[in-house]
Design a protein around this ligand. Structure first.
Ligand code: UDX
Length: 453
């Protein structure tokens, strides 16, 4: 392949949500360190901070895109559809303006798979583009499979407990009920969004925030199916750490952790979107308290419907928490997971949280809420064997037992060993000559080739 005069600008198009912003900004940092200039194109609902950590990046806003109140009114799925409709013209305008002002130095447009409107502009201006997947490779495989099923019969299967407990053909060990269906919308909309996200259109490559030591067979499946190079370059939080928390982190929890015994604390966080029913919060508090283990619990404002924060919970809740617990609105999660007092992570199993926990060798209690989290939870329990999944109704007895299994029993010790083994593999994969490091270098080299498009 012939080498081109190397173009030096990479345009990033993130989804305005924490779980998507974090990895794409880390990718930006990784590419910046390879000598590229980074332009981040935001929607008006801006969830990216152009803080000092990103002072070397250039930021643009798509004119006329949706706002935070649109998200509240429409809900995530309708918001996504509308965002993709509405941003198409504005994004073309942004790219047109960028080309005019800077000349054509765009090496490629890297867009989050959910921001598929980007493709109209790259087609019009004949720019190379790359799809960036912020979920696991296995979740991508599932979305591809789901995008081809018949919505009606799939819905019937999901409603039949005899079927939904069975392994989905070809996706072992995932059961029907582990597939990434969503709590945020009807199945028809979900399958429609999925078929948009897995349609790579004119993208020349796919970048995934994962690594071969975690998902070799899913990555191979994608490589076969997609017919463009697939670059697993993760975990990005180890390869290129870039602080991009959208909420203020309460650092007081680190002081609290400093006072706890080694490996004794269960850290609980359900990410940036998941919601909790009051009755589940109470069962959790009860079970955690009965387990006699200290716990650090992130309760995001607004995550308990009908409550600003925790004020609607009965008085008994504060009593249960007071003795052994510490509650914050948002934690410095990476620091928490790295803290020697933390012995386990109760998580909704978002892909970032999953990678961060494995990256610190911390075993997990898995309580997925929606979408790809269910896939990750099943893999944590059955494939990597470093998690205990809580299924069905939550009750204090199961909560207590899960905490004991993770933090007290021999089973937990074994899980911790496997988690530490995986942590070492992840670290090796992003080091020089590791698979993810080589994958990133191969991607960068491919940008210099004439037929990258
Ligand atoms: C969403 C989806 O739910 C997830 O399944 C998908 O893979 C990505 O988009 P989210 O629910 O926010 O993400 O979960 P997750 O992917 O785990 O990301 C949450 C991020 O917020 C993590 O990077 C975590 O470190 C950070 N976080 C969370 C904090 O910094 N502090 C907290 O208190 C809680």
């Amino acid at each position: 392949m012939e080498e081109l005069r190397v173009k030096r600008r990479i345009v990033l198009v993130p989804v305005p949500a924490q779980g998507h912003v974090t990895p794409i900004m880390q990718l930006g940092k990784a590419l910046y360190s390879k000598g590229f200039s980074i332009t981040v194109v935001l929607t008006q609902y801006n969830r990216v901070s152009s803080s000092k950590d990103f002072s070397d990046f250039h930021f643009l806003t798509i004119p006329g895109s949706l706002t935070e109140s649109d998200l509240k009114n429409l809900g995530p799925f309708k918001f996504l559809f509308k965002l993709n409709q509405i941003c198409e013209a504005g994004f073309k305008q942004c790219i047109g303006q960028l080309l005019q002002e800077q000349g054509n130095d765009i090496a490629c447009v890297v867009y989050d798979e959910y921001m598929y409107f980007s493709q109209a502009a790259v087609k019009e201006f004949q720019l190379p583009s790359v799809l960036f997947s912020t979920t696991s490779a296995t979740a991508f495989v599932c979305r591809s499979v789901l995008s081809r099923v018949d919505a009606e019969s799939f819905l019937l299967d999901m409603k039949d407990p005899k079927v939904s407990d069975k392994v989905f053909p070809g996706l072992h060990p995932l059961r029907y009920k582990d597939l990434p269906t969503s709590a945020f919308g009807p199945i028809e909309s979900i399958l429609k969004v999925y078929s948009e996200t897995v349609n790579i259109r004119t993208a020349s490559a796919v970048i995934i925030n994962s690594t071969s030591c975690l998902e070799n067979s899913s990555l191979a499946w994608l490589q076969r199916e997609l017919q463009v190079p697939v670059y697993p370059i993760g975990p990005l939080h180890i390869a290129a750490s870039a602080p991009s928390s959208l909420l203020e982190e309460d650092m007081s929890c680190i002081e609290w952790l400093n006072k706890q015994k080694l490996g004794s604390v269960i850290y609980i966080s359900l990410g940036s979107l998941a919601l909790m029913e009051t009755k589940d919060v109470l069962e959790m508090a009860w079970g955690l308290s009965n387990s006699n283990q200290p716990f650090l619990w992130v309760i995001r404002p607004g995550s308990i419907p009908g409550s600003e924060w925790t004020e609607s919970l009965p008085e008994g809740f504060s009593k249960l928490v007071a003795e052994r617990g510490y509650i914050v609105k948002w934690a410095p999660q990476m620091e928490v997971l790295r803290h020697p007092a933390v012995g386990g992570f109760w998580s909704h199993c978002g892909w970032n949280s999953t990678l961060e926990s494995i990256g610190e060798g911390v075993p997990m209690i898995c309580r997925p809420f929606t979408g790809d989290q269910k896939v990750n939870a099943r893999y944590l329990e059955r494939v990597w064997r470093i998690g205990v999944q809580l299924e069905g109704e939550l009750d204090k007895g199961t909560v207590e037992r899960a905490v004991e299994r993770l933090l007290v029993d021999e089973e937990g010790v074994e899980m911790r060993k496997r988690a530490i083994d995986l942590k070492e593999k992840l670290e090796a994969s992003v080091r020089s000559k590791g698979s993810s490091c080589s994958s990133l270098n191969n991607f960068v080299s491919s940008l210099k080739m004439k037929n990258f498009m």
